[in-house]
Design a protein around this ligand. Structure first.
Ligand SMILES: *[C@@H]1O[C@H](CO)[C@@H](O)[C@H](O)[C@H]1NC(C)=O
Ligand SMILES: *[C@@H]1O[C@H](CO)[C@@H](O)[C@H](O)[C@H]1NC(C)=O
Length: 323
């Protein structure tokens, strides 16, 4: 083996330099963490910014009707569509942007700065003007009354994640590993298909937590999965309680945007098994990096059976205010 010639060394150095200069999710989020020039000073406390994750070109019609429906709600301040698919032709994006801007002045299309799944949690300090942020997918429709109910539940529990789809972590005692699963009676993870949380958590996810958080965001990038689980870790790490699950009256779930467009071609059960396994692995890794397991179980669903009532916290429990 001969030692590298000077020109080889130069090439390696140039490659390193280029790698450093290429925009990555890290550089895009560091801009996001240092806002210029007019960060929003007065957050609106009684409105919601809706962040819809857009990915699939075939679902643009659903996406448009979803965005329009949200934008008409009196609870909604604005709707940001976060386009996360870097392979969508600019022609389609431009057409969509035109369509959206002609239909409403409170719907905005943002193409994510990178293909990182972490981008869906960028704090967007110049665009998100509300305390409350609804994170949702382009393939999930929740009826208007349930949407309002989710917001009412969140209003009484502003530090929690409130959502309508839940999963769970559990310990595999034989392998001494964490697994990702569904329990009939308890849950510890709310899915980003539809979750309401405060804006601060986006900042915490993207900008805080030091090297540990950076390492966990990297795990999300390398697996292209688990950003939703990591958000649940971030919130649970600061609240030490589990999320809140709300029973929605009507939900339409058109499918998981990550699993289509030919990215996975194996059979459904094999694909689901793999998906579950890598999510269990994420939980194990996040636990290892964080040095503790912050996820906590919650039990039961909050249901809107009593109509127009507020929810109050009493002795750590969620109750209707007139009780
Ligand atoms: C834009 O709107 C037109 C008319 O409503 C529709 O035919 C077209 O498919 C839309 N295109 C996109 C990209 O949304
Ligand atoms: C988790 O919580 C601890 C204690 O409050 C805090 O010091 C730490 O920064 C948090 N870690 C992350 C990754 O948010």
């Amino acid at each position: 083996m001969t030692s590298p010639s000077p020109s080889t060394t130069t090439i390696i150095l140039i490659t390193l330099l280029l790698t450093t200069l290429t925009p990555t999710s890290t550089s895009s989020n560091s801009n996001q963490c240092n806002p210029t020039p007019n960060p929003v000073k007065n957050l609106q406390h009684n409105k919601i910014t809706v962040l819809i994750n857009g990915y699939s070109q075939s679902r643009i019609p659903i996406l448009q009707s979803l965005a329009a429906t949200y934008s008409l709600s009196p609870l909604v301040s604005s709707v940001l569509i976060l386009w996360g698919n870097p392979t969508t032709p600019p022609r389609v994006i431009n057409q969509l942007a035109l369509n959206l801007s002609s239909s409403s002045d409170s719907i905005f299309l943002h193409r994510n700065p990178s293909s990182s799944l972490n981008d869906r949690f960028l704090p967007r300090l110049n665009d998100i003007k509300t305390d409350a942020v609804l994170i949702c997918d382009d393939d999930v429709e929740v009826d208007g009354a349930s949407f309002e109910f989710v917001y009412r539940v969140w209003s009484a529990n502003r530090d929690r994640i409130v959502g309508v789809f839940a999963r769970s972590h559990d310990l595999d005692l034989n392998r001494k590993d964490w697994v990702y699963t569904v329990h009939p009676d308890r849950f510890s993870i709310v899915l980003t298909k539809f979750m309401l949380l405060k804006r601060d958590y986006l900042f915490r996810y993207s900008c805080e937590g030091g090297p540990r958080m950076a390492k966990m965001r990297k795990i999300v990038d390398s697996l292209r999965n688990c950003e939703d689980i990591l958000m649940n870790f971030v919130v649970a790490n600061s609240t030490n309680v589990g999320p809140i699950l709300v029973g929605a009256k009507r939900v339409r779930d058109y499918g998981d945007s990550r699993n289509d467009e030919g990215k996975f071609s194996s059979g459904l059960s094999g694909r689901k098994g793999e998906h579950r396994k890598s999510r269990g692995w994420c939980i194990t890794e996040f636990h290892r990096v964080l040095g503790r397991m912050p996820l906590r179980y919650s039990y039961g669903k909050v249901v809107d059976s009593i109509g127009e009532q507020g929810l109050c916290r009493k002795g750590g429990k969620l109750v209707f205010c007139d009780h």
